[in-house]
Design a protein around this ligand. Structure first.
Ligand code: MIG
Length: 681
């Protein structure tokens, strides 16, 4: 059951699609905490007292483990590539938590429940950091819709809560079938030649590849919807050439629109007033700040007309044959604003001839940090229909619109960029299009997938990736994954190998790396055949992976689940943080530490271990390449050599896997019809 509690006059975020009447009485039933307002600031607050054994789930992409207890998290979409443990926020705002009270304590009102905070601005979740046994959720404005979700069945209450959240917020985006293939990306592929070389590298080493991503360098001077003709002399022709080789090209689109005379997107946006405006200029001029292309304006994605206008711009690339996009920098990321730069140059001017001691030096040092500042966000204004704005409207305009300050609705920007693309693409073409975004909030899962942004090639980020997948699935982002191998830093062969072994199970499976780092394409590493074996396992598992994904998408379920949601009465299973269920039949236990030949795996029940790979593997005999070993419930040390993919099938369950055609598989795509057979657990 879902109950809606409305406080003040909330902004209509469109995160929710199910109309629900609001509760007359704002008091929560016993065991669901209480709401209040801070007297001094009027800030909204929800507070809940936990027992020692209570577990907290949710929060989508955010940091730390599967159990989110014990930290402070914040939803404020942030372009911050340093995903260290002290951070509160990554690129997304997934304001859902699920609380599972300690099952050992029997008392009335102690059932699992979920809370979705439908709020567009900065909101903080203290899940037992300030006080070990208290959760406090606070947001800055008193205007908010809160949805409290209780289970509809007692067999799997957690899954029931998550599925109701999806009913409330709409069903998840489904990618084209090829989106389940293996994809390669790198910031630094400069031209058609570079991309051809990548495809050749994969074909020569006989590793399946479905798509190559085009990062910002394909554009003419970083201008959205342009292609640099010196790098791609005949772009539609090149797209065709790639298609003939079964390769999809996926260009990036950034949020900022370059200010440049003669650039049609800039000129049209200006003429039609489709850019966000500048508060310090009484909203009479567009807001200006620098990103990749230098000074930019920002499309007003919260304004329905601007949203449609920008979305229809994807047409030029669709017309060139493109069928996939990734939306970046849409928190929105800001390098510096004019005002910010001016202030900092003034500060430097004052310090110029000074003998700087520590105070002045720190002032000097800090004043050059100009990115993603609240001051800038507070200077951006959106034009929003009055009926959506609630108490957020600041100044009514003609034609039923009002001005809303970006800072207050910051988390809706990336979401509405993806919505802009998705709605227009649906209008423009019948073909299924791949679409995912960096910034998001709940609601965006209806329009596209997300990737988890700029992680790094370090072991702790592989571990984080495992936990993130659970939070993301709970919030509806089924089509998601991290940059496999890590984006920043240089990946060791071993880390990449272990990461690929995990990512063969993530619906979005993309290897991506930063400009200038070690080349991370699989064929650039020694013993390429071992990588080939693992990627092949992905392709062999596709019948199970796509079926599990489609079941989750169609039934508002989860693709990745924590063991705790399935083996609810097993206290050990409830605490497992590094093993996941993939659907109902398969459990995975990725290796996430270095120099380990294997790992301990906890089996909550008897399972069959499946090894794929090794010396026996030949294409002609797929069946022989799988080794099945029944194992009893309990702890096991499992050897997981580099060239093997290992997973577990639950007892009496079976999964369908694909035969691969014998011989070279380099033209194989996910859509090839292949024979399948069954692995029996
Ligand atoms: O400021 O387009 O997260 O995937 O390669 C960096 C260049 C901008 C950030 C994205 C990353 C992408 C990079 N972008």
């Amino acid at each position: 059951m879902i109950k809606r509690y409305t406080f003040g006059s909330p902004f209509v975020t469109d995160s929710v699609v199910l109309p629900l009447a609001t509760e007359k009485n704002p008091a929560l039933p016993r065991g669901q905490g209480h709401f209040f307002l801070f007297n001094d600031t009027e800030a909204f607050c929800w507070n809940y007292e936990m027992d020692k054994g209570t577990r907290v789930y949710g929060l989508g992409e955010n940091l730390h483990g599967i159990n989110k207890r014990g930290h402070i998290y914040q939803s404020f979409c942030s372009d911050d590539p340093n995903h260290t443990e002290d951070k509160k926020s990554l690129y997304a705002a997934h304001n859902f938590i699920l609380i599972v009270p300690d099952a050992q304590i029997q008392a009335p009102g102690r059932n699992p429940f979920g809370v979705f905070f439908d709020y567009p601005g900065r909101i903080t979740f203290d899940t037992g950091f300030s006080k070990e046994n208290e959760i406090t959720v606070t947001c800055e404005k008193p205007d908010i819709d809160v949805y409290v979700i209780t289970p509809e069945n007692s067999d799997s209450p957690e899954l029931s809560i998550c599925s109701q959240l999806r009913k409330l917020t709409g069903s998840s985006y489904i990618p084209p079938q090829w989106g389940f293939g293996y994809m390669q990306s790198r910031w630094g592929y400069k031209n058609a030649q570079d991309i051809r070389a990548v495809v050749k590298g994969y074909r020569d080493s006989d590793i399946p590849l479905e798509a190559v991503f085009m990062d910002i360098d394909y554009m003419d001077d970083y201008m959205d919807f342009t292609v640099d003709s010196s790098k791609f002399p005949d772009f539609p022709d090149f797209v065709k050439e790639m298609q003939q080789d079964d390769i999809h090209l996926v260009p990036i689109i950034d949020a900022g629109v370059k200010i440049k005379e003669g650039y049609s997107v800039y000129e049209e946006g200006l003429e039609k007033s489709h850019f966000c405006t500048d508060k310090s200029q009484n909203s009479q001029a567009p807001f200006t700040a620098a990103v990749w292309p230098g000074m930019c304006h920002f499309p007003d994605f919260l304004n329905p007309e601007a949203r449609r206008w920008f979305g229809l711009k994807y047409k030029s690339l669709l017309d060139a044959g493109i069928d996939g996009f990734w939306n970046d920098m849409n928190e929105p990321a800001i390098f510096y604003s004019k005002a910010g730069l001016k202030k900092s140059l003034q500060t430097i001017q004052l310090l110029k001839d000074k003998n700087m001691g520590v105070g002045d030096y720190f002032t000097f040092r800090d004043c050059t940090n100009l990115s993603n500042k609240d001051e800038d966000y507070k200077n951006i204004m959106h034009k929003v229909p009055v009926e959506k704005a609630g108490a957020y409207g600041e100044q009514n305009l003609t034609q039923g619109d009002t001005l809303v300050n970006h800072y207050d609705v910051h988390n809706l920007y990336g979401y509405n960029m993806t919505r802009s693309a998705s709605e227009a693409i649906t209008e423009l073409t019948q073909k299924p299009v791949l679409l995912f975004s960096r910034a998001s909030c709940i609601g965006a899962h209806r329009y596209g997938g997300i990737w988890t942004g700029d992680n790094q090639s370090i072991w702790s980020h592989l571990k984080l990736n495992v936990a993130q997948m659970v939070g993301l699935n709970m919030c509806g982002f089924l089509y998601s994954g991290a940059d496999t191998g890590g984006f920043g830093f240089n990946a060791s062969r071993e880390l990449l190998m272990r990461w690929v072994q995990f990512s063969i199970f993530t619906p979005l499976f993309r290897n991506h790396a930063i400009e200038g780092c070690r080349f991370q394409e699989l064929y650039n590493f020694e013993n390429t055949r071992q990588f080939q074996t693992i990627i092949e396992t992905r392709y062999r598992l596709l019948p199970y992976i796509t079926k599990t994904f489609m079941d989750a998408a169609k039934n508002d379920g989860m693709y990745f689940k924590p063991l705790a949601f399935i083996f609810r009465n097993d206290q050990r299973a409830c605490k497992v943080e590094d093993q996941l269920m993939v659907g109902d039949d398969v459990m995975i236990a990725p290796v996430i530490t270095e120099n380990s030949q294997g790992r301990y795996v906890y089996l909550p029940e008897d399972m069959t271990m499946v090894y794929f790979g090794g010396e026996n593997r030949t294409r002609a005999s797929t069946k022989d390449a799988f080794t099945l070993t029944p194992l009893a419930q309990g702890d096991h040390w499992i050897e997981i050599p580099e060239e093997n993919a290992v997973f577990f099938i639950r007892k009496n369950r079976s999964i369908t896997v694909a035969e691969l055609p014998s011989g070279k598989i380099n033209t194989r795509t996910v859509s090839d019809s292949t024979d399948t057979f069954t692995l029996q657990g």
